[in-house]
Design a binder for this molecule. Sequence first.
Ligand code: PLP
Length: 374
Amino acid sequence: MSRPLWPSWPPPPTEEQRRALLRVLDSGRWGATGGTVTEEFATAFARRCGAAHGVCTVNGTVALFLALRALGAGPGDEVVVPAYTFVASATAVVLAGAVPVAADVTEDTLHLDPAAVRAVIGPRTRAVMAVHLGGAPADVDALRSLGLPVVEDAAQAHGAARHGRPAGSLGDVACFSFQSGKAMTAGEGGIVVTGDRALYERVWSLHNVGRSPGGGWYDHPGLGWNLRMTEFQAALLGPQLDRLDDWIDRRARAADALAGALDGVPGLDLVPAPPGTTRHTWHLAMLRYDPGAFGGRPKAEFLAAMAAEGVPLESGYRSLSRVPYVGSAAPCPVAEAAEEGVVWVRQPMLMAGEAAMAYVADAARAVRRRRVTR
Ligand SMILES: *Cc1c(COP(=O)(O)O)cnc(C)c1O
């Protein structure tokens, strides 16, 4: 196969999205306090997650902030976050006034390790953030058994499931992102979903300047901010709910093909999903990279060589244990090792399909064969 043309993300807009956008434009009701599109989308999305309630927000970070505040996390509290995740998992905790404490991830799946969480839990720990890394749900049951509220950071996991239960209904409250790189997107946006009515009302009030549902416009019984989504965003998002499963299936077929093709490439292996994953949404296919199998090339050189072959892989996260405002009660050797030993194939590349994944493996084989010149 010749060099694949990697698809851009998001996919081209549909007629349905154009019509939905224009309906909002022409209605003159652009904000969620005037229209009904956001409310309808919030309910539809929450149902898709097996949760009764949803509150749309300006982005995923503030969705996490709202969930944490609604759980009562604030100054003086700590929230445990995995050391290998997007930085917003931790900055949302800081935004809420609490201290993020990094716990290490498991060697095999790179997901939050319940044993590492137990080791950093102290008297100030208020909640645990379970990140569904790359689109595969974390072991929320094991994390819940530690006795603390669990916030699902499902920013990468729209449509994921664990033991048949959808992401969004696994913890006490869950947050998704609709930022431009995510599986469903409106450019920016986020949502909090929960099955807990009281928690929902707190989130709703916090995101709507302290108002209460059914209360007056200038009645602010609680503290809150304007963190509302616009009707334009919800108009773009609604139609994507119908296409979500097809997109996931497409990426899952590509990920299967990639795993198969990498069988013939020593030193490059797919990182497995946590056992119990029944729906992996493949926001990322994470690959373990062994420099020893590639002539001792450090990861940066491997990435450059792959890019020269037309395969733009990603380097991935730095460990949060190295971030100054993140507390680390214990070392995080697994997350730190992942900085050198893990590379990513991102969602838009997986959308290119199965033949393109064979090309990725061929490119890696070619890089492997080539002598290192220094
Ligand atoms: C994208 C992302 C977020 C933040 O979402 P934004 O909408 O960009 O604020 C949080 N956590 C994880 C794991 C993410 O991937």
